[in-house]
Write a protein that binds this ligand. Structure first.
Ligand code: SF4
Length: 175
């Protein structure tokens, strides 16, 4: 069962979308320099199944996408749970995004998501907003995915507010 440690709204995780971001705990990756190590603890936070529907309804007028940051323990059960939630937000007229920390290509189970971020955090390469990053953001384009990582590098991120500076730091490190 998936647990989430935090929920917030952000326009930084997915270019062009305002997201309800859900930080999934139980991360199996051990990235050096992980900024949010509590996500490595199993079952930290609240059970997502109990709250996701209310969270989506609470914020539905303010968001265009629901972003799941993490895959939990990567079990078949938790993958099915994420697929179920992705289909649910589609039924509510929203897009869905998966932030995966795995160094992998798009796996079949991920193909319900409109956006997929792939790749572990490598402090020597930086996160999505660094042009040296090993990570990748993909957007569904009919039956395949296109790489839109470059959208994190646009100039409107050059003059961050205090709040967005914090968010960018977090984004630089997360997943
Ligand atoms: S940076 Fe993200 S993927 Fe890596 S250990 Fe931390 S929470 Fe997991």
């Amino acid at each position: 069962m998936l647990y989430y440690a935090e929920a917030d709204l952000s326009h930084l995780e997915v270019p062009g979308e305002t997201c309800l971001c859900l930080y999934i705990s139980g991360c199996l990756h051990k990235c050096k320099g992980c900024h949010y190590s509590i996500l490595q603890d199993k079952n930290t936070g609240l059970p997502l199944s109990k709250y996701i529907y209310d969270l989506v309804e609470l914020y539905i007028s303010k968001i265009t996408c629901v972003c799941y940051l993490g895959e939990g323990n990567n079990s078949a059960e938790e993958k099915h749970e994420l697929i179920k939630y992705s289909k649910y937000v589609h039924s509510r007229g929203l897009k869905s995004c998966l932030y995966s920390g795995s160094n992998t290509s798009v796996e079949d189970w991920m193909k319900t998501f409109d956006y997929i971020k792939l790749g572990a955090y490598d402090s020597s390469r930086g996160g999505l907003s660094a042009q040296t990053t090993n990570q990748m953001m993909l957007q569904k384009d009919r039956y395949s995915y296109i790489d839109i990582t470059y959208k994190f590098w646009v100039s409107n991120r050059n003059s961050p507010t205090m709040e967005s500076h914090y968010e960018l730091q977090r984004l630089n490190q997360h997943l």
